[in-house]
Ligand binder design. Structure first.
Ligand SMILES: Nc1nc2c(c(=O)[nH]1)N[C@H]1C(S)=C(S)[C@@H](COP(=O)(O)O)O[C@H]1N2
Ligand SMILES: [Mo]
Length: 266
């Protein structure tokens, strides 16, 4: 993020040191962008996208964002930790879309082109191979914490239910233009919503998580299921998913509408 793109979250309760840390980190990224040697820059420009996706050029080219996107690839895994290193009492932050009780008839609704929405239960989700991820969860407000999540890979889920493609076929790197460019997610009450680029959605560490520290996720952390997307800041990790949909234009995004960078990659 550029310095003048600093996120504008209310930070009344963020400690002074956290604010300073965040500014320093932003400066660090900015300095990195400024010192990338020309050779590296042209390599970045000429390197093919992981999935070879053609995307409309962004109207406003944000150099830092481009660099973040390129450094990020499906072989670039976030650092993982041991179970013992995970926080015993994970921090809770953000209650938009969680204030009303979870609807008793909750189902995970997936919208598909030219078809009825798919309505899935947690048993449907749990039928897929379980993955665990212990990593340093980062919030833009300046804190981070090692957390232990369990769930299914979003990519496995999309593959199992043939989602994310216009054809209704399984997503494959061989037919990149068949993939939608974005995944949208929102809470059942639509009080919180995020848009995620498809590359990040398909990353092997991106999870539909239903466990935290080996137990079902509680309400505050986003029961029954939430997004864990370790290559992005906390704001993109939507809790309590109600609906998932796909689009070639950016789905609306709660914090992007409030002045954040849309991509928010790490
Ligand atoms: N539905 C919903 N999801 C959300 C938020 C929110 O307000 N509502 N806040 C986000 C932010 S800013 C962060 S840092 C993380 C915090 O997740 P946690 O409460 O499990 O620590 O959730 C993200 N997902
Ligand atoms: Mo956050």
């Amino acid at each position: 993020m550029k310095i003048d793109d600093e996120p504008k979250l209310p930070e009344s309760d963020a400690p002074e040191s956290a604010i300073r840390r965040r500014t320093l980190r932003s400066f660090g990224l900015f300095a990195l962008a400024a010192t990338v040697p020309f050779g590296v820059y042209s390599w970045i420009k000429s390197s093919p996208k992981v999935l070879g996706m053609k995307k409309p050029l962004r109207r406003v080219l944000d150099a830092n964002e481009q660099i973040a996107r390129t450094y990020f690839s499906n072989t670039n895994l976030v650092k993982t930790y041991l179970r013992e290193e995970a926080a015993k009492q994970p921090r809770v932050n953000g209650f938009d879309g969680l204030r009303a009780p979870l609807p008793t008839d909750w189902k995970l609704q997936i919208d598909r082109p030219n078809q009825e929405p798919l309505l899935l239960t947690m048993d449907d989700v749990r039928a897929l191979p379980k993955q665990e991820l212990i990593y340093d969860f980062k919030c833009v407000e300046g804190w981070s914490q090692i957390q232990h999540w369990g769930g299914v890979r979003l990519s496995d889920f999309l593959e199992r239910y043939k989602l994310g493609t216009k054809s209704g076929n399984v997503p494959t790197p061989d037919s990149p233009t068949d993939l939608y460019s974005f995944v949208g997610m929102e809470t059942p009450d639509k009080g919180y919503y995020v848009g995620i680029d498809m590359e990040s959605a398909l990353h092997p560490q991106t999870l539909l998580a239903y466990e935290l520290n080996g137990l079902p996720i509680n309400n505050q952390h986003g029961a029954p299921i939430r997004l864990i997307i370790p290559h992005k800041y906390g704001v993109k990790n939507l809790k309590r998913i109600g609906r998932i949909f796909f689009s070639d234009t950016r789905p609306r995004d709660f914090w992007a509408e409030r002045g954040y960078d849309y991509y928010l990659g790490l």
